[in-house]
Write a protein of this length. Structure first.
Length: 348
């Protein structure tokens, strides 16, 4: 438990939620030993025990035994974590759940090792389960918060119920009926493990929500990409379009992109060579242009940009960005912010 951390966004989100519902945020900060000032850094990590103290203090302050349930249901993952943004950019629920398994550690890092994803899909006959394989220490707050987000969040873009029932490890609370009201399905308490039973066909359901992270950077991204666009209807342009839609998933392969274009890998390579480029070069260019657009927009941290353009960690992204531009991403963003501030300053 000593090395476990949680993303600052989720912690800041709970402060905001509690304050909105009448709690004294300063008193919560004192009770949990957390500084709200430090939470302004979106890359910050918060020791998990501190967050659990905040949850318990907020539960008392709001007199809400189901605080974790209510917070998870009201505040979507996309509002507090890059994990939610990436999931909502997925083409369908199967891809979204894969992103949860891949990126979940960005929201909650249980330990420094590679112990596998916290939530995993299991098929048991005709049943499809999302199972918490790595519960976090004592207490059930984090499990309930995660379940509430996974059950309630997709309702914003799905047109039918995707969850059939939920099983929680906590004992039956006095407010048991509230859990079924919020989650909108049968809930069993005292279970052996935390499980969400999904509709068996949910994987094919489209995530019919425009990727939220795109909203703030459309113009900046468009400018960057337009500057490098090849002639209209070129094959490279078609490859770029595919790469942009999947680059956040990482591990981009020529075979997968060729399949989306309904051609073979050899055809992909041959047609790109005919236009004077290659697959790795196209991927590199798309990543560079998107990274510059995100950093210019100033709405995402360096760490978040790294994952959005397909890097597994911020360090490798920083090295590559230095190769692209001759400077680290943090300095690049500071320079953009400084130039924008100077442009807004009235003439002397």
């Amino acid at each position: 438990m000593q090395r476990a951390t949680i993303a600052a966004g989720l912690v800041a989100g709970l402060f905001t939620y509690a304050e909105r519902h009448g709690a004294d945020a300063d008193a919560l900060a004192t009770a949990s030993g957390l500084s709200r000032e430090r939470l302004r850094d979106p890359d910050a990590r918060v020791p998990l025990p501190r967050y659990l103290e905040l949850v318990r203090a907020a539960r008392v302050a709001l007199d809400d035994d189901a605080l974790a349930l209510h917070y998870g249901a009201e505040v979507a993952m996309a509002d507090v974590s890059i994990v939610g943004l990436v999931m909502e950019a997925a083409p369908d629920m199967a891809a979204a759940l894969r992103q949860l398994q891949r990126y979940g550690r960005l929201a909650l890092e249980i330990d420094a090792g590679d112990g596998g994803p916290r939530f995993e899909l299991e098929r048991l006959g005709d049943r499809l389960l999302l199972v918490e394989h790595r519960p976090v220490g004592p207490g059930t707050e984090l499990s309930e918060e995660a379940v509430a987000r996974l059950v309630c969040g997709p309702r914003r873009f799905l047109d039918r119920p995707h969850v059939l029932r939920v099983r929680l490890t906590r004992g039956t609370p006095e407010c048991a009926a509230e859990y079924e009201r919020v989650l909108g399905c049968p809930v069993r308490f005292g279970a052996r493990r935390t499980e969400i039973e999904l509709h068996p066909e949910v994987g094919s359901w489209p995530v019919a929500r425009h990727p939220r992270y795109v909203f703030g950077v459309l113009r900046e991204k468009g400018d960057a990409l337009l500057a490098r666009r090849p002639p209209p209807e070129s094959f490279r342009e078609r490859v770029e379009e595919v790469v942009r839609t999947v680059v956040h998933e990482g591990d981009l392969g020529a075979d997968a992109v060729a399949a989306r274009l309904h051609c073979s890998r050899s055809t992909l390579s041959r047609r790109l060579r005919a236009e004077g480029t290659g697959f790795r070069q196209v991927v590199d260019d798309v990543r560079r242009d998107l990274a510059i657009a995100y950093l210019r927009a100033g709405r995402t941290s360096v760490g978040e940009v790294a994952y959005l353009v397909g890097f597994s960690d911020a360090a490798s992204f920083s090295r590559t960005f230095r190769r692209w531009t001759g400077q680290p991403p943090g300095r690049f963003r500071e320079g953009v912010a400084g130039a924008a501030s100077a442009a807004r300053r009235p003439p002397a």
